[in-house]
Design a protein around this ligand. Sequence first.
Ligand SMILES: Cc1cc2nc3c(=O)[nH]c(=O)nc-3n(C[C@H](O)[C@H](O)[C@H](O)COP(=O)(O)OP(=O)(O)OC[C@H]3O[C@@H](n4cnc5c(N)ncnc54)[C@H](O)[C@@H]3O)c2cc1C
Length: 422
Amino acid sequence: MEIKILTNVSYDVAVVGGGTAGVFAAVSAAAAGARTILIEKNGVLGGTSTVGGINYPGLFFAWGKQIIAGHCWNAIKRMESLGFCRIPEIAYERREHWLEQIRYNTFAYCAVLDELCAEHGVEVCFHSMLTAAEEQEDGVTLLVAQKDGVKQVEARIVIDATGDANLVQMLGYPCMESAQLQPSTLSVSLGGYDADAVDVEALTAELASGLEAGVLPAWTVPATVARGVFKKELRFHVPTPKGSDTSDQKSLLEISARRDAFSIICFLRTCKGLSSLFASEFSNECGVRETKRVLGEYVITAEDYISGRHFDDAVCYAFYPIDLHIPPYDVKQQYFSPEHCATVPYRALIPKGASRILVAGRILSSDTDANSALRVQAPCMAMGQAAGCAAAIAARQGVCVSDVEYQALCRELTRQGAIVPL
Ligand SMILES: Cc1cc2nc3c(=O)[nH]c(=O)nc-3n(C[C@H](O)[C@H](O)[C@H](O)COP(=O)(O)OP(=O)(O)OC[C@H]3O[C@@H](n4cnc5c(N)ncnc54)[C@H](O)[C@@H]3O)c2cc1C
């Protein structure tokens, strides 16, 4: 069968994946003067922060001081000014990290991201999935499956912001995968009952008997589910099988997460006071914490991260604690010492040996523990901004991504309002 190419278009920069990091990569590349296309498989931008139901990005501040700004912060300020998010009080002292995350309305965020892309002239292609990629001496050719056929995209520089390193793998660059992947989580909001009347202890006991009787998924932790019912928000953890960067594995993951969540919800309706309980909202995709990461020109280690190592080619800060989720519901956490804060080297955004490709988001080159902190949204956005600016400079100057002059990159990031570690 012959594949018919619908159109053949050329850009300076192509970003694959319009999620947490990719949107800001595209906006930054366009703001730096690059003709930019953003290729997204869904019908909304935001990725895990919208369709994955994680509408609480962190962390933009460290020790009371702002460390991440630029287009991503402008988006948050725009939502705040319209009343769609509340920026929490920021403290100097170390606190529970979730206290300084920003909660926003997901619909408003999707709309603001559309606005930002339009204002900066990013060409957004929704319902478009990367299908094949080939590198040439002076650029990269992408084949993108669209509803009406295949679009061929030529770009001088490409950015992989798929969260799964799909583009990196198609171009044949090496990736890493942790020995055990962190669990994935399906988020469901509940309604139809009086949460104040929920007796958490009694419900825990009812769930425990359901678990013992084998009518609940083996992964169910009764006390966690009971607390979730009280808060009207459930987070169903499911194992993330190896290879969950592929459509086939992702299909199994989505189906098993929904099946398990549905069986728990059905069971809850048999419990005291919950006969009318229903799922009022749910994330359209199961939130995935990790799949593959790129093996880059530098691999950030947990020691680099938590010691607050300052890299000579640092492009942004990161301040989330190490936050490794161990199945089913354990978490290994490690916090910074006072005044410490991590930095992200530009080299961790360059796949080893690559000249035309950068990465942004949770797939950056880092070991398992460092990645458990760097994968959160504020650093993903900041990395996106750095990758976008670097890609625009490389495309304009006709140089390899590793030859982008660091000072020029810092100047462009600063011009766009981003904070560069000094
Ligand atoms: C359960 C859970 C809880 C979390 N809690 C927090 C928290 O409290 N605070 C916090 O800040 N972060 C949290 N995170 C982490 C954070 O949300 C993610 O790690 C981060 O959003 C990942 O950003 P990304 O840009 O790398 O990927 P994504 O946001 O997932 O973006 C990837 C984008 O690429 C698109 N895409 C993928 N493949 C293709 C393809 N082949 N072609 C075209 N498009 C493609 C996707 O549709 C998506 O839009 C949590 C994550 C999970 C799963």
